[in-house]
Write a protein that binds this ligand. Structure first.
Ligand code: NAD
Ligand code: TYD
Length: 338
């Protein structure tokens, strides 16, 4: 199978590429990524040495660029990770979220339709369901929970899900959608809570905690998410949505305190709350478990400890991001204008 992975130079996409190269050496991986601030060619350094890996620098919302890749590579399946992914940035600058996360998905769906691609998988998020009350631990998001986005980011992802569903029903494009909870692990960009906490503490800076720190997220180790997408790609049913999560709910304060405890140091600084801040996310993953035999396998404490170890062992990777030199690497290796 030849798989086009869009957004593969980011956090989850790169982990997925390494998962596929390891677990399915018979497959060929083509990665297309715009290399925005969140894309990092250094992350794909080892993949680039692999004979079954090809990289294109391309924007998924530019149809000519997308068409060129589809015509040349003729992928059997497309897995779309490409997105603007940070809620805080979407509050400050919403328009690029609509361009990439909605129009980019439409461009990919059109190309899949034209080329008769056997599967389009849209990597979505539990944030499309809005939020749940903190005190109601009996409530979970199921695949039938109505979409009710809170931020421009989640509204753009919900729009893409609706569009993907419409292309399945109207044109018969074989679409699957996964809605996953918060991921963490290697190659996580240090603007998100866990890598920000680790890298701030290692640089002697306090960790900013929004509001009271009581907001709850459901954390999933990234490798478990990659295995879930792999299962959906192989055994999932077109037209179906799959919720992915591991029942690892923690408040932001619990998460930051756990990082401080693993590193043996660190300060918290309470700062202004995020506008429209979602209170709690909690996924019911029983469809994935029942229908596809997938189950999250990494408990939060173990995954967090592995993640902290990874950031300690790969200091150069995140220092290149923080000092901006990763963008020079992107330019040198892929002619990026970033
Ligand atoms: P990320 O921000 O780390 O990576 C996004 C990647 O997409 C980057 O490599 C970037 O260069 C690329 N990209 C952005 N705009 C592009 C465009 N127009 N054309 C081509 N490439 C473009 O994001 P992530 O955390 O790896 O998330 C990947 C996907 O998973 C996203 O769709 C996100 O909505 C979804 N998701 C993320 C989480 C999470 O916890 N991080 C949870 C659930 C779902
Ligand atoms: P984030 O990692 O941005 O993911 P998301 O907003 O998609 O859930 O944030 C996770 C939680 O941590 C969220 O409730 C916001 C909070 N947060 C902080 O308290 N401080 C920070 O510096 C960041 C980036 C997030």
């Amino acid at each position: 199978m030849k798989i086009l992975v869009t957004g593969g130079a980011g956090f989850i996409g790169s982990n997925f590429i390494y998962h596929m190269l390891r677990e399915h050496p018979e497959d060929t991986i083509v990665c297309a990524d715009k290399l925005t601030y969140a894309g990092n060619a250094e992350t794909l350094g080892n993949a680039a040495k692999h004979p079954s890996f090809t990289f294109y620098r391309a924007d998924i919302s530019v149809s000519r660029a997308v068409e060129e890749i589809f015509s040349r590579e003729k992928p059997d399946a497309v897995v779309n990770f490409a997105a603007e992914s940070h809620v805080d940035r979407s509050i400050a600058h919403p328009s690029v979220f609509l361009k990439t996360n909605v129009l980019g998905v439409q461009t990919l769906l059109d190309a899949c339709r034209r080329h008769g691609v056997a599967r389009f998988h849209q990597v979505s998020t539990d944030e499309v369901y809005g939020d749940l009350p903190i005190g109601r631990r009996d409530l979970f998001f199921t695949e039938d929970t109505p979409l009710k986005a809170s931020s421009p980011y989640s509204a753009s992802k919900a729009s893409a899900d609706l569009l993907a569903g419409a292309y399945f029903r109207t044109y018969g494009v074989p679409v699957t959608i996964s809605r996953c909870s918060n991921n963490y692990g290697p190659y996580h960009f240090p603007e998100k809570l866990i890598p920000l906490a680790i890298t701030n503490i290692l640089r002697g800076k306090p960790v900013p905690v929004y509001g009271t720190g009581e907001n709850v997220r459901d954390w999933l180790y990234v490798e478990d998410h990659c295995a879930a997408i792999d299962a959906i790609l192989r055994r999932g049913v077109p037209g179906r949505v799959y919720n992915v999560g591991g029942h690892n709910e923690r408040s932001n304060l619990q998460v930051v305190r756990a990082v401080i405890s693993l590193l043996g140091k660190g300060e918290i600084e309470f700062v202004c709350d995020r506008a429209g801040h979602d209170l709690r996310y909690a996924i019911d993953p029983s469809r994935m478990e029942r229908e596809l035999g997938w189950k999250g396998s990494v408990p939060f404490e173990e995954g967090l400890s592995r993640t902290v170890e990874w950031f300690l062992a790969n200091r150069q990777w995140w220092e290149h991001i923080l000092d901006g030199s990763y963008r020079k690497y992107n330019r040198e290796f892929y002619g990026a204008n970033s």
